[in-house]
Design a protein around this ligand. Structure first.
Ligand code: PGA
Length: 294
């Protein structure tokens, strides 16, 4: 009961915040109900290896992914891998020579630049080992490591200052989904995580919609569910930051994406890519996902 009251309070807060942002901010873009696969949004498939592999298997996986995706045209699909921190250097060396120009991403980052923060990794450190992307706000970071939206907001700014593109992860829990609050929760997270960013900054981020109930469970959201949330996210971006930003921002879907589910998901007009966990640890599966058919 308490939890439901909290969620309802959150939704009320969201309504107020949205109303405030839409009147005070930036641009009240036109709302268009027409959505088409956007020719300018380059599809983006990223592999989140999480806390898996050791040095030897990370090198083997990167090498195999690089080989199996060699026919992927980097003008048609962008591919990235996000290995654990200790293997960024070696994996980066391998993928930097890949024919499909695979990018290197980190799984997380801290918002301070340097200093007495034992165990933390900063954006300039990631940049110095060749990271072009960093996941931020993954639900496992939010839940297990208690990362807050306030901290996530700082990290988004920091990684952009370092020249790294944030892949901002958002998504609702099973309980929130069952209460029909998926779109509200996602836009609430976006309100907080993007606070203070200019439209130009927002236009350069990637958003990953990852329903928590779909991560690692084998229960991928149906293309209809995923498309409706992606559409709502884009509509929100349009309202707050304007048409151009809404049309530019790539929104990946994440949560039990497999070679079997990717094609249908990628046929949805507002799904611009996938953030892949489990299936990215099997080179063949990840390569097939990167070779999705639309
Ligand atoms: P999954 O993980 O593909 O194993 O569900 C996705 C993610 O957590 O990014």
């Amino acid at each position: 009961m308490m939890k439901i009251i909290c969620i309802l309070l959150v939704v009320a807060f969201l309504a107020i915040t949205n109303a405030f942002q839409s009147t005070s901010s930036v641009n009240r873009g036109r709302h268009s109900s027409i959505s088409m696969i956007h020719p300018k949004r380059l599809p983006f498939i990223a592999g989140n290896w999480k806390m898996n592999t050791d040095l030897k298997s990370a090198i083997a996986l990167a090498t195999e992914v690089s080989e199996l995706t060699k026919t992927c045209d980097p003008k048609k699909v962008e591919i990235a891998v996000c290995p654990p921190f200790p293997f960024l250097g070696q994996v980066g060396d391998i993928v930097s020579n890949s024919p499909s120009q695979i990018k290197l991403g980190a799984q997380n980052c801290f918002y301070e630049l340097k200093g007495a923060y034992t165990g933390a990794v900063s954006a300039p450190m990631l940049k110095s080992v060749g990271c072009q992307y960093s996941l931020i706000g993954h639900s496992e970071r939010r839940k297990i490591f208690s990362e807050t939206d306030g901290a996530i907001n700082h990290v988004v700014e920091r990684v952009q200052e370092a020249g790294i593109i944030p892949i901002l992860c958002i998504g609702e829990t099973k309980e929130e989904y069952e209460l029909g609050l998926n779109e509200e929760i996602c836009t609430l997270q976006l309100c907080k995580d993007l606070k203070g960013l200019t439209p130009e900054q927002v236009s350069k981020i990637v958003i990953a919609y990852e329903p928590v109930w779909a991560i690692g469970t084998g229960l991928s959201a149906t293309p209809e569910i995923a498309q409706s949330v992606h559409f709502a996210i884009r509509k929100w971006l349009r309202r707050i930051y304007g048409d151009d930003v809404a049309e530019m921002v790539r929104i990946q879907y994440g949560g039990s994406v497999t070679p079997e589910t990717v094609d249908e998901l990628m046929r949805c007009p507002d799904i611009d890519g996938a953030l892949v966990g489990g299936a990215s640890l099997v080179a063949k599966s990840f390569a097939r996902i990167a070779m999705f058919n639309r």
